[in-house]
Design a protein around this ligand. Structure first.
Ligand SMILES: CC(C)(COP(=O)([O-])OP(=O)([O-])OC[C@H]1O[C@@H](n2cnc3c(N)ncnc32)[C@H](O)[C@@H]1OP(=O)([O-])[O-])[C@@H](O)C(=O)NCCC(=O)NCCSC(=O)C[C@@](C)(O)CC(=O)[O-]
Length: 308
């Protein structure tokens, strides 16, 4: 079996990871997290979302966070924009990429963005047009591509249908998201196959939550198809406010360990990444969700004990 020789990871921790936090995470902490991620070698970071603060209060400091980042050359910063209002607000903060987000499930679309799939596409069309006219790259997130918290299993045909709609309005890249982490390898592969009917392999990424502990297996299954771009979240932070019980994305540390173990280059320094994960976990007052970080932190502690 052959795998891609290089993989690009987009750390979505500052946005997807923190959006559901009940305690307020100050803008300064979010900014420091972004700095630590870029210093660890992440070249793509999903920073925040320009959504309604009534819907997602944790992201209300979007402009402040974007303005506070010391940008590193070669790093791309993306933000979510659900409508033209969000896009216009985002524009002032100079994102490299915007993300429009739709769902393969009608019920999830209603709960998450308060409109049907068809209405969401109508809403995104002018956003995509305005972004591309401004030279900003447009990614589309496709939620619930294998399962929905309200509708259950989602057929691949529905994923293909949504991918076709996204392509039709000029979205340049789509993420196949297992929002609630119920997917298993063959189901994820079928969702990706349905997407491949509309987007080239180079324009598809995987976005796997780890609720059922399947995210690494799903990543490997996608890798075996040639998918080389993934959204991951430092320390496994996260969960969606409209997908109760769903846990965070697969931890960036775990995916980096997997890839490096397979000889696949990421450009990421695992030790520095673990420190970034520890920084945000300490702030939140709970242990990292990354198995790799837990193991390597325990090893670090043991070597300090041996030295004294
Ligand atoms: C889409 C809306 C706005 C529709 O919400 P709505 O209530 O239908 O829209 P509205 O136009 O009636 O606006 C309601 C209020 O929000 C304001 N408003 C309207 N738009 C904005 C904006 N952009 N920025 C700031 N404020 C805004 C608007 O001005 C109004 O304020 P009021 O008049 O009541 O004072 C709302 O449903 C929303 O913001 N939803 C966001 C939900 C969200 O962020 N979910 C999480 C992200 S998706 C995700 O995590 C999945 C993903 C991507 O990670 C992949 C995966 O795993 O599946």
């Amino acid at each position: 079996m052959s795998y891609p020789s290089r993989v690009k990871l987009v750390d979505v921790g500052p946005r997807d990871g923190l959006q559901n936090e009940k305690q307020t995470v100050p803008a300064a902490v979010k900014i420091e997290l972004v700095h630590r991620l870029q210093n660890a070698g992440l070249r793509e970071i999903e920073v925040t979302s320009f959504v309604s603060p009534k819907w997602v209060p944790q992201m209300a400091d979007n402009s402040e966070v974007m303005a506070g980042i010391t940008r590193q050359p070669g790093v791309r910063y993306s933000v979510l924009t659900p409508n033209l209002r969000g896009f216009e607000a985002a524009l002032a903060s100079r994102p490299d990429e915007i993300v429009v987000f739709a769902a393969a499930s009608e019920a999830f679309s209603q709960r998450n963005i308060n409109c049907s799939i068809a209405e969401s596409i109508e809403r995104f069309a002018p956003v995509v047009e305005a972004a591309r006219a401004a030279g900003i790259y447009v990614r589309g997130a496709m939620s619930c591509t294998v399962g929905c918290p309200y509708e259950g299993e989602i057929a691949p045909e529905r994923v293909g249908y949504l991918a076709g709609l996204m392509k039709g309005i000029g979205v340049q890249h789509v993420g196949v998201a297992d929002t609630i982490g119920v997917g298993t390898p063959l189901k994820v592969q079928r969702a990706i196959e349905a997407t491949l009917a509309h987007f080239a392999m180079d324009d598809i990424s995987g976005h796997f939550h780890d609720t059922y502990g399947q995210a690494l297996a799903n990543t490997l299954a996608a890798l075996s198809m040639g998918v080389w771009q993934y959204d991951t979240s430092v320390a496994g932070l996260g969960g969606c406010p409209y997908a109760k019980g769903a846990t965070g994305n697969v931890a960036t540390e775990d995916v980096v360990y997997l890839l490096h173990g397979m000889g696949i280059d990421t450009g990421i320094d695992l030790d520095a990444l673990i420190d970034a994960g520890q920084y945000i976990s300490d702030f939140l007052g709970r242990p990292t969700q990354s198995r790799v970080a837990k193991a390597l932190l325990a090893k670090r502690e043991a070597s300090v004990c041996d030295a004294v």
